[in-house]
Design a protein around this ligand. Sequence first.
Ligand code: ZN
Length: 249
Amino acid sequence: MRAVGVHQDAVVVTSRIWQTTCTAIRAGEEAMLIDSPYFPDELDALPALLQQAGFDITALLATHADYDHLLGRAAYPGLALGVGESTARRLRSDPGVAQKELRDADAEHYVVRDRPLSLGSYQSLPVPGYVGLGDQELELHPAEGHTADGAAVFARWAGVLCVSDYLSDVEIPMVHDLEEYRATLSRLAPLIEAAEAIVPGHGSPHDRDTALRLLDEDLEYLDGFAKLPPGRDTARQRAIHADNVMKHG
Ligand SMILES: [Zn+2]
C-alpha cells in the first residue's frame, strides 16, 4: 500500500493489488474516504496511516457497487457508506452479489477476512448533486458504462477529481454499456479541464494532460475495439479486450 499527496487536503492510497485507489479528502474538520483498498491488513492500517497524515475520516463514499470499491466500512465500521443513487439501486436489485464476488476474489487470492463484507445502512445520494464536507461541497457526476451504476466525485476547491473506473493508465476500458461509457467520457472531459489531479479507480493519479490523453486513447479504443491502447497491452488486458469484443465488437 502506498500513499501519495495530490493536494494539501487530498491523499491517494493505492492497494497492493489491481492498483486499486482510495482517496481521502479533507475540508475543515471533516474528511471523506472515497473507495477502499482490498487486503485486510491494508484496511486495518488505513485509519492510522490517514490519521498520521492529518485525515480524521468522518464519511465514506463508494464510486460504484463493485466489491473492490465497497470495503471502506472494514476500515471504519462506525461510519455509514454513501453511494450515488444508481449504486444504491444496483445494491438493492443485486442483494448479496458484492459479498459473493468478494468471497470469490478472496478465495482466488487465499485471503482470509475476520468478517464478511457488511454494507450497513448505506446512504443514497442524488447524482448529479452535491454532498457536503466540512465547509465545502463535493460534486457528484454520473459515471455509468463501466457498470450500470457509478459516480465521479469532484472536489472542485482542491482540483481533485475521482473518476471511478475510467481513465486508468493500467487497465483498458471494461465496458458494460458502450453508449453510456462514451457519454461518461464526454461528461468527464470538462471536469478534467477544471481539475489538477485526476484519480482513476485503478492506477496512478494523473495530471490534466495525461488524463486528456488517456481519454482520447480510450475513445479511439471504443471506436471499433481495433487494438489495445498503447502501454496497456498485457495478458490480463487482452482477456478484458476479448470480453469487450465479444459483447460490443
Ligand atoms: Zn474497480
